[in-house]
Design a protein around this ligand. Sequence first.
Ligand SMILES: Nc1ncnc2c1ncn2[C@@H]1O[C@H](COP(=O)(O)OP(=O)(O)OP(=O)(O)O)[C@@H](O)[C@H]1O
Ligand SMILES: [Mg+2]
Length: 151
Amino acid sequence: MSQERTFIAVKPDGVQRGLIGEIIKRFEQKGFKPCGMKFMQASEEHMKKHYEDLADKPFYPGLCKYMSSGPLCAMCWEGTGVVKTARKMMGETKPADSAPGSIRGDYCIEIGRNIIHGSDAVETANKEIALWFKPEELFSWTQGNHSWIFE
Ligand SMILES: Nc1ncnc2c1ncn2[C@@H]1O[C@H](COP(=O)(O)OP(=O)(O)OP(=O)(O)O)[C@@H](O)[C@H]1O
Ligand SMILES: [Mg+2]
């Protein structure tokens, strides 16, 4: 029941570039389970809260503006070790440092347009999931292929 969960968002640039499906596909094919998903536009206030740890950085105002500039796809994914594995699947914050094969390594170039967000720790994930989703927007369900993915 209480498997690890993470918060993933296809950022507004990823949405504009038609990458929602590609990103969902990677998590789905890996074997992780979606437990919440919504297409929405976040307010600048919401993004300020989401990135509050970065409030003293010079790029913080621009980051919050960009993240609220258009719709994004907010998602919650579940599975053993999903927080850490999702970060590996995403690549590094700087796309130029991201290995080919990772999401940022394959689909973007600039740090300020790096198409995907993923929680950086289990504690952050729990905080972010609570910020983005109401309890009734999250689903605990059993995937039919569970025993073919987990031993
Ligand atoms: N030096 C920078 N210049 C411009 N934008 C930056 C810079 N550093 C980070 N950012 C932007 O702020 C976001 C949040 O930074 P953070 O350090 O949390 O990296 P991250 O955890 O890899 O990214 P995210 O939290 O979006 O998943 C980055 O994804 C990037 O879009
Ligand atoms: Mg981060």
